[in-house]
Design a protein around this ligand. Structure first.
Ligand SMILES: *Cc1c(COP(=O)(O)O)cnc(C)c1O
Length: 385
């Protein structure tokens, strides 16, 4: 089976991890720091905090923004469940904003309407978690404007989008958001096996996320509230935090992979272009993107159009039977049983639901060879034309 996504690990990556195994630090040590600084520099953000997953990074992002009981957080229904769960971990309630069918990202029109209504009802969210679907940035200028107008915080769930650009600036520079989160799960653009990172330009948010990442403890004596700073063993727990630290082993892999980020994104874009060109005249649609946006192309999202000979389910099953490991991104979060128990119903976010019925992700990863891609393209062309 050709998978829909796959990591690419080189001898260089392996050596980087083995070097750490032979060093003094296994858990958070100097390599974590170097990985953080390298990502911050690459994305032009001031601060970066590495974590053991993007899910943890989203959680400490919410905590640092003081999201808690009584607060409301909005996200996109077309995402991985972690985009919504992070708010629930904090005791906040979650709601969704429908997507734009042309991009699969949160619709800024739906967002503007929902914010206006929420303001009238005095039910404004404290934060909005936008998701850059498949690596394609949301319209951050518009989202930033709305955030200022309604005084809401913005978290970017950029789990798909490291290496991408918006208005020719790297995703992660946080110019239009408070915090931006990346994932380094193996299927994502670069990997640290498990891992994530939270970026911000706000020193206070960075300090808070650092504490929440490690038990709510600070060792910075200038920050002490009670203990004496001249006891060298001292540390203070000031918040209820977690152990969400990344290890140096993971950071070594991530740092080594970061060297290849631009190459990976270029390869993903080239493969995506092949698909786009090959399917001209075939009832397959793609995410619309503007010229100043560079998608990191975590996923090759396609839409089976309504005039297609085969419906999505038939296409999916046929491709799988032929060894082409297509996938669906995503089942709308609000249709998951857990969220149905929270009161969401079929029909609540109709654009997302319609999108879900027609979406299919095709294999896309650096190292997908020409022969395999040609086979995928020919199979689909034959099935649909
Ligand atoms: C993968 C993913 C996550 C979670 O990432 P982990 O590093 O596995 O915790 C969160 N949000 C989105 C959109 C994702 O795709």
């Amino acid at each position: 089976m050709i998978p829909y996504g796959k990591q690419q690990i080189t001898e260089q990556d392996i050596d980087a991890v083995v070097d750490v195994l032979r060093s003094d630090f296994l858990t958070q040590g100097p390599i974590v720091n170097r990985f953080e600084q390298a990502v911050a520099e690459k994305c032009q953000a001031k601060f970066a905090l590495a974590t053991n997953s993007a899910t943890s990074a989203l959680h400490i992002a919410c905590l640092a923004l003081d999201i808690g009981q009584g607060d409301i957080v909005w996200t996109s229904p077309i995402s991985f469940v972690a985009s919504a769960n992070c708010a629930l971990y904090c005791g906040a309630s979650i709601d969704f904003v429908d997507i734009d069918r042309n991009t699969a990202n949160m619709s800024t029109r739906a967002l503007a309407e929902k914010l206006a209504l929420a303001k009238r009802q005095d039910k404004l969210p404290k934060a909005i978690i936008v998701v850059h679907m498949a690596g394609l940035s949301c319209d951050m200028v518009k989202i930033g404007e709305l955030a200022r107008q309604y005084q809401v915080k913005i978290i970017e769930d950029a789990s798909h989008a490291i290496g991408g650009a918006y208005q020719s600036e790297p995703v992660g520079h946080c110019q239009f958001s408070d915090i931006c989160v990346f994932s380094f799960h193996p299927v994502k653009v670069i990997t640290s096996a498990e891992g994530g990172m939270a970026l911000t330009n706000c020193e206070q948010l960075a300090k808070k996320m650092e504490m929440y990442r490690s038990h709510g403890i600070t060792k910075d004596t200038t920050q002490f509230q009670q203990f004496s700073s001249n006891e060298p063993w001292s540390y203070e727990q000031q918040l209820l935090g977690f152990n969400y630290r990344m290890s140096d082993l993971h950071a070594a892999l991530g740092l080594s992979q970061l060297n290849k980020l631009d190459d990976f994104v270029a390869q993903r874009n080239a493969l995506a272009k092949n698909y786009r060109n090959a399917f001209e005249g075939i009832p397959i649609g793609f995410q619309q993107q503007s010229d100043s946006t560079l998608s990191a192309y975590h996923l090759m999202l396609c839409q089976v159009e309504s005039d297609s000979k085969l419906d999505r389910d038939t296409l999916f099953n046929t491709l799988r039977a032929k060894g082409i490991g297509c996938q669906i991104h995503y089942i709308p979060i609000h249709l998951q049983p857990y969220f149905q128990q929270l009161g969401y119903c079929q029909g609540d976010f109709p654009v997302a639901e319609q999108y879900y019925k027609t979406c299919i992700s095709l294999p896309l990863f650096p190292g997908l060879d020409k022969k395999s891609q040609t086979q995928i393209i020919e199979t689909i062309t034959k099935l649909l034309s």
